[in-house]
Design a protein around this ligand. Structure first.
Ligand code: HEC
Length: 137
C-alpha cells in the first residue's frame, strides 16, 4: 500500500469511528429519559428556590430573597469575573458564599454541595435566555 492510500484508509476509519460514535450517542436516550432528566433538573431548581426564600442558610434570620427577589441583581451571566470584595476572578458560587458569609452571617457551603448546586440552578433558571457576558461589570 502506498503511503497516500494508507493515509486515506486511516482517515476513513477515523471518520467512521467519529460518525459511528455520534450516531450511537444520539440513540442513547429516549423521550422518557428526557422527561425524567427535565423533572430532576426542575426539582433541583425548586430546592434552590426554597433555600432562596428561607433564612436557613444564615444565622441572622435574613434570606437571599430579601435583597434579591426572584434572583434580581445576581447577574450570573457575568461570571467568572473580577470581584473587588475578593480581589480576584471568581465563579458565581464564590459570590454566593460571599453573601452567605456576609449579609446572612452563615457558614459557607462546600462548592460542590447539593445546596450550592441548587442555589446556582435557581439563579440561572431565573436568568435563562439572558446572553452570556463573562467578565462584564
Ligand atoms: C442584605 C442584602 C443581601 C442579602 C440578604 C444577599 N445579598 Fe447578595 N448581594 C448583596 C449586595 C449589596 C451585592 C453586591 C456586591 C457587589 O457586587 O459589590 C450582592 C451580590 C450578590 C451576587 C453577585 C451579583 C453581581 O452582580 O455580580 C450574587 C450572586 C449574590 N449576591 C447572591 C446572594 C445569595 C445567594 C444570597 C443568599 C445566600 C444573597 N446574595 C443575599 C446584598 C445581599
Amino acid at each position: 500500500m502506498s503511503k497516500k492510500i494508507a493515509g486515506a484508509a486511516l482517515m476513513a476509519i477515523v471518520l467512521a469511528m467519529i460518525v459511528g460514535r455520534f450516531t450511537v450517542k444520539a440513540d442513547e436516550f429516549t423521550k422518557e429519559d428526557l422527561e425524567r432528566w427535565q423533572n430532576e433538573y426542575m426539582s433541583v431548581v425548586e430546592k434552590g428556590r426554597a433555600l432562596w426564600v428561607s433564612p436557613e442558610l444564615g444565622t441572622n434570620g435574613v434570606a437571599c430573597a430579601q435583597c434579591h427577589p426572584n434572583a434580581a441583581n445576581t447577574h450570573p451571566e457575568t461570571y467568572p469575573k473580577f470581584q473587588q470584595q475578593l480581589g480576584r476572578v471568581i465563579a458565581l458560587r464564590d459570590m454566593i458564599n460571599w453573601c452567605i458569609l456576609n449579609p446572612l452571617e452563615g457558614p459557607t457551603l462546600a462548592l460542590d454541595s447539593a445546596e450550592m448546586i441548587a442555589l446556582e440552578a435557581y439563579i440561572l433558571f431565573e436568568r435563562r435566555g439572558v446572553e452570556l457576558a463573562p467578565g462584564k461589570h
